[in-house]
Design a protein around this ligand. Structure first.
Ligand SMILES: C[S@@+](CC[C@H](N)C(=O)[O-])C[C@H]1O[C@@H](n2cnc3c(N)ncnc32)[C@H](O)[C@@H]1O
Length: 480
């Protein structure tokens, strides 16, 4: 039963007003947990490797860029058994779902906003279809020779933005300029994409930075004023790192050709918060995806070097950060923009109604608002609110584009702020059911994620669930 305060908060979610009365702590979250308890199933075989990038380190193509936010090809292969028909991933990263699905002979569509992932996925598709090993070897040798010669004009220097300044040792700056000059003169567009991807993929390795959790960490040898930098060990030259990557790419090309020649997934660089609306009703049998988690992770910071390489300036970074699904404290609400521009107002209305009825979310938001003055960053309240409205829209679109009998498989983590658990898995399951999908199972990893050390000291240790959701669109004659 909903308390008066939760009821009021629900109203607030719809009308965007704050509520002062107190709900019974965690009552709504408890009730939601009870509703899905029998569908929350700990699966022993579901380990971290399966839901993370780890297992892709040996996968042709996918090993070219260390996209740590990715999931494994194996997870996708297993999901493909769950439903026939075209496959979709609206948060595609480097395209794991689309590439594996296409390799298995399925039509596949990927939507991804970050050009880093899309560029890599395109290079993989080109390597499978448009070039041979010898082409990559010959073009790679020319690139390395250009690095060796050096002497690139100033105009080809790495286009730094403030957050990338001093990221490379001086010799690496020279080598990267030589690489950029070579790429600018490369007449073959396919080889240019492949070589460009090779260069982009070694930036972290040849820099003073390391992608680490939510941040880009800096090595104390860089010319920045740092408070306690790390030491990342020996840093290879650009030529050394590139030579290794090019050898990997050449080695992978025949395997990619054998596995997925002719399989060309549709790779859309754009926002799921617009492009999903352009897909026809009931056009996919299966979605396998992993959205950003509601955990303050900022993709534009972690991938700053790669984005700068691709030509993003400071304003471009800002625009990209704002267009990403809201998961950081910097994101501003997209509500007005969605109201004004969203191509499917009917789906937006469905999403908004589903969020507006979500009592557990209202309760968590209420508790966070009540403690606003104690929060390290009060913007986490808006983060949680915006995250669920945007995710509800994605879920409503997935319900629309999934065929009867089709399935959605989604990887996501629960989060907690200031001791307030936000059960993302249960809230999204409820929203999915409100939009016409049926939550069959929430598969839980045997080991969850520990809460952040500051939170642990204050609120005790609490493991947050890491899950794979399994939702199904009931068949037309309804088999719920
Ligand atoms: C957890 S990662 C998915 C990784 C992917 N499963 C893979 O194996 O590479 C989430 C992805 O969502 C992307 N993303 C964030 N906001 C987006 C949006 N509005 N539209 C499309 N993609 C978005 C991020 O750039 C990121 O690559």
């Amino acid at each position: 039963m909903r308390t008066a305060a939760v009821q009021a908060e629900l109203q607030g979610l719809q009308e965007r007003q704050t509520v002062q009365a107190l709900p019974r702590p965690a009552a709504a979250r408890g009730a939601l947990h009870q509703r899905f308890a029998r569908r929350l199933i700990v699966r022993r075989g579901l380990n971290r490797r399966l839901v993370s990038y780890q297992a892709n380190k040996a996968q042709p193509g996918l090993r070219w860029l260390r996209y740590k936010e990715g999931f494994s090809a194996q997870l996708v292969r297993e999901a493909l058994r769950e439903a026939d028909g075209p496959v979709l991933d609206p948060f595609a990263g480097i395209g794991t779902t689309a590439l594996v699905a296409a390799g298995a002979g399925r039509q596949a569509t990927a939507i991804e906003l970050m050009p880093v992932g899309v560029r890599t996925a395109r290079a993989i598709v080109h390597a499978a279809n448009d070039v041979y090993r010898a082409d990559i070897e010959a073009a790679g040798a020319q690139l390395l020779a250009a690095l060796h010669r050096g002497g690139a004009p100033e105009t080809f220097r790495f286009p730094h933005v403030p957050i990338t300044q001093h990221a490379f040792p001086p010799a690496a700056e020279d080598a990267l300029a030589a690489a950029r000059a070579f790429l600018a003169g490369c007449g073959d567009p396919v080889l240019r994409i492949i070589l460009d991807t090779a260069c982009m993929s070694v930036l972290e390795e040849v820099s003073y930075t390391r992608k680490d959790g939510q941040y880009l960490r800096w090595d104390s040898r860089c010319a920045r004023q740092l408070r306690g930098g790390m030491h990342k060990g020996p840093i290879p030259s650009v030529a050394q790192a590139l030579e290794r990557r090019l050898a990997e790419m050449a080695e992978d090309a025949p395997q990619l050709r054998a596995r997925c020649a002719g399989a060309t997934p549709r790779l859309l660089q754009g926002s799921a918060l617009r492009d999903l609306a352009l897909l026809p009703d009931a056009s996919f049998g299966l979605t396998v995806t992993s959205p950003p988690y509601a955990n303050r992770y900022d993709y534009t910071r972690t991938y700053a070097l790669e984005l700068a390489w691709l030509g993003y300036d400071r304003a471009g970074f800002g625009r990209l950060r704002q267009a990403l699904l809201s998961a950081t404290v910097e994101n501003r609400a997209k509500t007005e923009q969605l109201d004004r521009d969203y191509p499917r107002p009917d789906v937006l209305a469905r999403a908004r109604a589903a969020v507006g009825r979500q009592a557990a979310l209202a309760e968590a938001l209420h508790e966070l608002r009540r403690r606003r003055s104690e929060l390290g960053n009060p913007n986490v309240i808006a983060l949680v609110e915006n995250y669920f409205l945007e995710m509800a829209l994605v879920v409503a679109e997935l319900a629309r584009v999934t065929r009867p009998g089709g399935r959605v498989v989604m990887v996501n983590d629960n989060v907690q702020y200031h001791g307030q658990e936000v059960p993302v898995d249960l809230i999204l399951a409820d929203i999915a059911e409100a939009c016409g999908l049926h939550c069959e199972e929430i598969s839980v990893l045997p080991r969850g994620k520990g809460n952040a050390s500051q939170q642990m000291a204050r609120f005790g240790r609490r493991e947050l669930r890491k899950c794979v959701y399994h939702w199904r669109k009931p068949a037309a004659h309804s088999d719920r």
